[in-house]
Design a protein around this ligand. Structure first.
Ligand SMILES: Cc1ncc(COP(=O)(O)O)c(C=O)c1O
Length: 407
């Protein structure tokens, strides 16, 4: 095989035909340069050079494919996009500077003034703000409904409804949406079903296979898995993703090559990490349910969870995030959090390190009291993003919280 000066070779996707998500996580989308490196190369460059003025003109004119400028394309970013698209079973992936940029770019590309969105009430707090405050300024109206009440989604449908937006499982209450049923509602009404798959990742759930039109990720979470970079990605059919790419190329919320490389490497360990997160989270959920100071545990892996059967059918695991109510209010919740010594008090999730959060005063702090009440974000709610530390040590640390509540 010979290589030209500026050529890189894509590992042919056909070699991976029919392979499992575990294999795609390690192999899909890899590029190999003339140096024949085994690990993925990184291309930290803002622009690309041409062999001649004529070639530059051909590239700019779109007559010749190839890189021009990293706001448009970059090989490292493309490698990450190809890998996550393969894992989600989507035709095309487009990476963005953050998860919020992925949601914003999807809305800006596929909606217009006068359109209507139906959004689950249980979405990440900033997603709610994006729809309520910013999209509203551009004439896009949003109705909020319960994630699990199909009748509420149906009741909100209008002729102008263009998008159904949700997260499943939801943050932080771990409610599970019926993707097949919502996809049918979207289809009947000529609307798009957009799913934020951040909590499950394609290892545990592939929404496109279940009828969603578009999948969104905050890559900041499990895709990285080690809390290093902020990024996002959108995956789906080329007819929508080409539009989203066009917006990103023009508006500029692109992913940096360095971040794409970190995410690309993160994907390689995603399947084994997700299994470790799920195992620890289930064991902690069962243990928390038995504690006197705990009023309720929210985790779809528990028999007591109202959508346990649906989660079993729709997902290949229950995920690493759980929430629970301590007896009391904000004072008790803060006391519990402050008594832990190993677990990190931080709002991020999806990290190999376990994190603990008080949603009412952090991630969901900007919601009005009414919206918080409707979304079930109470003052005694604590969210854990369960990492991959030893389960024994996690219990020891959380027990410090329970001891503090008993004192
Ligand atoms: C479910 C979910 N979606 C989207 C986002 C936004 O992602 P980012 O922080 O990468 O912009 C978050 C952030 O916490 C999230 O939890």
């Amino acid at each position: 095989m010979t290589f030209g000066r500026d050529e890189h070779v894509w590992i042919p996707e056909s070699d991976l035909e029919g392979m499992s998500v575990d294999t795609l996580a390690v192999r899909a989308g890899q590029i190999r340069t003339g140096q024949l490196e085994h690990s993925d190369a990184i291309f930290p460059t803002s622009s690309f050079v041409y062999g001649s003025a004529a070639q530059a003109a051909a590239r700019f004119g779109g007559e010749e494919p190839g890189n021009i400028y990293s706001r448009f394309t970059n090989p490292t970013v493309q490698a990450f996009e190809a890998r996550i698209a393969a894992m989600e079973g989507g035709e095309r992936g487009v990476a963005t500077a953050s998860g919020m940029a992925a949601i914003l770019s999807t809305c800006m590309s596929l909606l217009k003034s006068g359109d209507h969105v139906i959004c689950s009430r249980g979405v990440f707090g900033t997603t709610n703000v994006l729809f309520q405050k910013y999209m509203a300024r551009f004439g896009v109206e949003t109705s909020f409904v319960s994630l699990t009440e199909l009748d509420e989604w149906k009741a909100e449908i209008r002729p102008a409804t263009r998008m159904l937006f949700l997260e499943t499982p939801s943050n932080p209450l771990c409610e599970v949406a019926d993707l097949a049923a919502l996809s049918a509602i979207a289809r009947e009404n000529d609307a798009l079903l957009v799913v934020d798959n951040c909590f499950c990742t394609p290892v545990l759930q592939r929404p496109l296979e279940q009828g969603a039109d578009i999948v969104i990720h905050s890559a900041t979470k499990y895709l990285d898995g080690q809390g290093r970079c902020v990024g996002g990605v959108v995956v789906g059919p080329a007819r929508y993703l080409d539009e989203i790419y066009g917006f990103i190329r023009s508006a500029g919320p692109t992913m940096s090559p360095f971040n794409a490389w970190v995410f690309q490497k993160g994907l390689e360990t995603l399947p084994i990490r997700m299994r470790a997160h799920c195992d620890n989270a289930l064991e902690l959920a069962l243990w928390l349910e038995q504690q006197d100071c705990v009023e309720k545990v929210y985790y779809a892996g528990l028999q007591s969870h109202p959508q346990h059967e649906l989660a079993k059918k729709q997902q290949d695991g229950f995920g690493g995030v759980l929430s629970f109510l301590v007896r009391g209010g904000r004072e008790q919740a803060w006391k519990f959090i402050d008594a832990t010594r190993m677990i990190s008090i931080t709002a991020n999730l999806g990290d190999v390190k376990t994190t603990i959060t008080h949603p009412a005063t952090t991630t969901h702090g900007r919601l009005s009291p009414e919206d918080k009440a409707r979304a079930g974000i109470t003052e005694n709610l604590i969210r854990l993003s369960v990492g991959i530390e030893s389960i024994k040590d996690l219990k020891t640390d959380l027990d410090r919280g329970f001891q503090a509540l008993k004192d």
